[in-house]
Every structure is written in C-alpha cells, then in structure tokens.
Design a protein around this ligand. Sequence first.
Ligand SMILES: CC(C)(COP(=O)(O)OP(=O)(O)OC[C@H]1O[C@@H](n2cnc3c(N)ncnc32)[C@H](O)[C@@H]1OP(=O)(O)O)[C@@H](O)C(=O)NCCC(=O)NCCS
Length: 205
Amino acid sequence: MVQADPNISPLVASAAPQPHVRPADLRDLDRLTDVLTASFYDRDGWRQWVYPFIRLGIYEDLKQRLKAQSPRYACLAAIAAPTAGSTAIHGDVIVGTVEASLRQPWPWQGDRHVYISNLAVDQTFRRQGIALILLRSCEQVAQRWGLYELHLHVMEDNLAARALYRKAGFSVVQTEDSPASWLGLQARRLLLRKTLQRPSHLTRL
Ligand SMILES: CC(C)(COP(=O)(O)OP(=O)(O)OC[C@H]1O[C@@H](n2cnc3c(N)ncnc32)[C@H](O)[C@@H]1OP(=O)(O)O)[C@@H](O)C(=O)NCCC(=O)NCCS
C-alpha cells in the first residue's frame, strides 16, 4: 500500500510495499546529489578525479534551488518501500528524484507549462516503475498549480529515458540541433510534451 503524503496523493495501490514520493528538503541534499551525480556522470578511469568537483557543483546548484523555496518549484524524492535495502537518511531511503518548475514563456512561444528536469533513479532500483511514479507525481504538482501541460528535454541517444517518456505519454514536439550535434560530437536534444486532461468544470469555461 502506498503511504499517504499531504501534498502528493497515492498513485499505486497494491498489496506489496511500494515506493512513495514526497517533497524533498535540505536534509535530503546529500543523498539527492549522490543519486543525481551517479545517474548522469561516469566515474570510471580518469573521470574519478573530476567526479567530486561535478558532485560539488550539483550539490551547490540544488542547494540554491531548495533554499529558495519558490512556490513554483518542486523537488520530489522517491522513497523506497521499507523492506528495500540502502543507506537511510533521516529514516528515508531516497532512491530517485525529479524537479518540476513553472515556465512562463513569451506569449508567442506558447502557454505556461511545467518543466520537468533532473529525473534520476538509483541504479539498484531501476526498472521498478519508480521513474513513472515520479512523473505521475509531477503531473499532480502541475494540476495543483492549475497547469495541464508538461515539457521536458531528453537527449536523442538516451534510449532508456525516451522509452520511459513514451510510456508515460510524452511525445516529441521539437528536435533541437546545436553546433556540437551538427559536428556529430553530441546527440540532438528533443523537446517532449504531455498535455493532461483538464477537469470537466474547467473545459466548460
Ligand atoms: C531513465 C530512468 C530515470 C528510468 O528510471 P526507472 O525507474 O528505471 O524507470 P521505470 O522503472 O519507471 O521504467 C518505466 C518504463 O520505462 C522504460 N524504460 C526504463 N528504463 C529502460 C531501459 N533501460 N531500457 C528500455 N526501456 C526502459 C520501460 O518501458 C519501462 O517499463 P517496463 O520496465 O515495464 O519495461 C533511469 O534509467 C535513470 O535514472 N537514468 C539516468 C538519468 C537519466 O537519463 N534521466 C533522464 C534524463 S532526460
């Protein structure tokens, strides 16, 4: 049974213990940074020397965002079911994270939307549906903010993430080239979008 959270409503109902999602705070900073850094950066060979610096940069950036406590920003943490094993911080075992923020583009660039970033799941806990749960939680955050459109970017060669987003109902709206992608040094960036169904009392307006 999914544990209740005051801000994030239950997402999955089953007899087996399930991970749940809650808003992250500054006490989670170390563990969130570990999950993010290990998910996005390699530490093999010579990279182990730069890894601590990359980790520090991620830590400081995330700290700023968490400290700002913006009402239009949310950092969510996926907490492992109690039986799963990993290092616990403040009693919780954080196994994944995602961030959502409100984007207000210029009028000619489209509607206000929620932008999703920094989705990462600890290697040991992958393919257990945790990323899908985090994305569903972002949808709930968007709905709380009164927004029904979600955007995110993914690299064209990140096939695991692309499969995930497809399954979660996102579709590609734009392919973004860069000088590095023209030269074949980097994959292209894809902009993905998902539109949520508005509550019926809003669609009548
Ligand atoms: C991408 C990532 C967040 C997926 O997390 P996850 O918790 O393992 O994903 P889920 O278990 O919720 O997967 C849901 C679905 O996504 C797809 N998927 C996820 N990982 C996949 C993989 N490695 N290969 C193929 N499909 C995959 C599958 O359709 C999967 O459903 P299934 O397991 O029933 O087949 C995780 O691999 C990760 O942290 N990667 C590194 C960071 C990253 O790339 N983040 C995204 C940046 S845009």
